[in-house]
Design a protein around this ligand. Structure first.
Ligand SMILES: Nc1nc2c(c(=O)[nH]1)N[C@H]1C(S)=C(S)[C@@H](COP(=O)(O)O)O[C@H]1N2
Ligand SMILES: [Mo]
Length: 197
């Protein structure tokens, strides 16, 4: 027993195959916000998608919760180098939300209550890769972590996962969001370390 537990303790945590290059593991859930935490009453909450042709769709909180809800188990990776493995969320797939609109667009800008924006190629939001999440670890999402609901795009660096998300604008041409205008990558793949421009 002693040998086994010592072996576990000595395991190189930074060699975990789930850990992208240049990242370290954390058990905490750090809060990273560029400004104050907005407080959004679910009675006032809306999520909307605006397409490149001016069409769109929008959901109230109750309409949103009536959509198919998925359990998500995933790793998350922040560009400031922490990664958290095996996190649990519930949310609505972007596939479900995007099904409600007609679009030929290639890019999306996520907009948040509070003014934060981040751009993501639309293909990165499809095929079971992204959600609007409203629960973390079986509890309603904390306001500090983006509650009532946040974008969850776990295969990209976590700055793409806009907290307090209120909608997407679909675009033919890519445009930089908040951090992207400040030098962060337009794409943000942690496995190829697309951190900055
Ligand atoms: N609206 C909003 N979303 C945001 C941010 C922010 O400042 N505002 N920070 C981003 C960054 S840089 C990271 S790493 C994650 C942090 O999420 P957390 O605070 O839940 O860990 O949220 C992302 N989404
Ligand atoms: Mo981040």
């Amino acid at each position: 027993m002693a040998v086994i537990s010592r072996g576990f303790g000595a395991r190189r945590r930074d060699s975990d195959p789930h850990l992208p290059p240049g990242q370290y593991l954390t058990e905490d859930f750090p809060v990273l916000s560029a400004g104050p935490t907005p407080r959004i009453d679910t009675a006032d909450w809306r999520f909307g998608i605006r397409t490149e042709t001016g069409g769109g769709a929008s959901w109230t909180w109750d309409e949103f919760l009536a959509l198919p809800i998925e359990d998500i188990h995933t790793d998350i990776h922040c560009v400031t180098r922490w990664s958290k493995l095996g996190t649990s969320w519930r949310g609505v797939s972007l596939d479900t939300l995007l099904d409600a609109v007609d679009t030929e667009a290639s890019y999306a800008m996520a907009h948040s209550y509070g003014g934060y924006t981040t751009n993501v190629p639309l293909d990165e939001l499809r095929d079971g890769q992204a959600w609007v999440a409203f629960e973390f670890d079986g509890e309603p999402l904390d306001p500090e972590h983006g509650g009532p609901a946040r974008l969850l795009v776990p295969h990209l660096y976590f700055w793409k996962s806009a907290k307090w998300v209120r909608g997407l604008t679909l675009m033919d041409e890519d445009e930089p969001g908040f951090w992207e205008q400040n030098g962060y990558n337009m794409h943000g793949d942690p496995w190829t370390e697309e951190r900055y421009w």
